[in-house]
Design a protein around this ligand. Structure first.
Ligand SMILES: C[S@@+](CC[C@H](N)C(=O)[O-])C[C@H]1O[C@@H](n2cnc3c(N)ncnc32)[C@H](O)[C@@H]1O
Length: 278
């Protein structure tokens, strides 16, 4: 397929790698196991209601889009990874929810200026590598007076720490790419949006993860199902460091476990930001 004219070739290659990474493993099952509460949390914070035109950016399997549609909004779920959109479409069908599913890069959205009342992303847009381009696109497609809502893992929380743990085993990031958990820092978000939005609420919260019996079960879950961990493990294997990574992930899950000997429990910190586009 021809790359879009405005994309440079290295960017096309980078996005193809990201698409393959998110299609690997089994992200849909991670949503079912422990991420489900985040979608409705964001939808509630954005005060989504009937008739609103809503764009979910990096929507994956529709964890936020489907509850938004169930509230009567007209929803477009967009994502880089067609395999996840397909899983989302099946999920929506099972729930009897109607929405549009569109393949799209968060850094180059195929929508008209000001075409949505709400533009939101749950732990999604944070994974596109060029943060300023993403913020510019979120602002562009939101109508003046509309809402931009973002839920992002924090750098100091558990998923921020997971990325720090995996960092030494990962291939060097491409030039210009920024680490995803930066989006969980209030200052970073304020800098990206500048005076183009007015912040209505900036809140820290935690997702309680109780679906695993032993801490190492959670490490296994990441290794088998989470695209970013699978990619790092492959790189570690190629460099003869797989065992070291596996030990580091087990240690990481032991350190973050807050549970009992019978059941592990983890708290994953996130930042929830809701703003009005001025
Ligand atoms: C952690 S998942 C979150 C999915 C969903 N929002 C949820 O709450 O379950 C991250 C998502 O970001 C998507 N993604 C990564 N880079 C992207 C990009 N440049 N543009 C659009 N989506 C992207 C992935 O395909 C994946 O669906």
């Amino acid at each position: 397929m021809e790359p879009p004219l405005e994309s440079t070739l290295p960017d096309v290659e980078l996005k193809a790698r990201h698409r393959a990474m998110w299609a690997s493993g089994d992200y849909p099952s991670m949503v079912e196991t422990f991420l489900t509460p985040l979608g409705p949390r964001l939808v509630e914070a954005c005060e989504i209601g009937p008739g609103m035109r809503v764009l979910d950016v990096a929507a994956g399997t529709g964890n936020a889009s489907i509850p938004a549609a169930e509230r009567g909004a007209t929803v477009t779920a967009s994502d880089l990874t067609p395999e996840l959109l397909e899983a989302g479409r099946r999920r929506a069908e099972a729930a009897g929810a109607e929405l549009d599913w569109v393949e799209a890069d968060a850094e180059n959205l195929p929508f008209e200026d000001g075409s949505f009342d709400v533009v939101m992303s749950a732990i999604g847009a944070m994974f596109a590598p060029h943060h300023q381009e993403v913020a510019d696109e979120l602002v562009r497609v939101c109508r003046p007076g509309g809402t931009i809502g973002l839920l992002s893992w924090t750098p100091e929380g558990m998923i921020g720490a997971l990325f720090k743990t995996m960092g030494p085993f990962a291939p060097p990031p491409p030039p210009g790419a920024q680490p995803p958990p930066l989006w969980g820092g209030e200052e970073h978000v304020r800098e990206l949006f500048g005076d183009r939005v007015e912040f209505r609420s900036v809140e820290r919260d935690v997702l309680d993860v109780t679906g695993f019996e032993k801490p190492h079960d959670y490490a296994t879950h990441f290794k088998e199902r989470y695209g970013p961990t699978i990619a790092v493990q492959k790189n570690a294997r190629n460099n003869g460091r797989e065992e070291e990574l596996v030990e580091a992930l087990d240690r990481f899950c032991d350190e973050w476990n807050l549970g009992t000997p019978e059941r592990a429990r983890f708290e994953q910190g996130y930042l929830l930001t809701v703003a009005t586009r001025t």
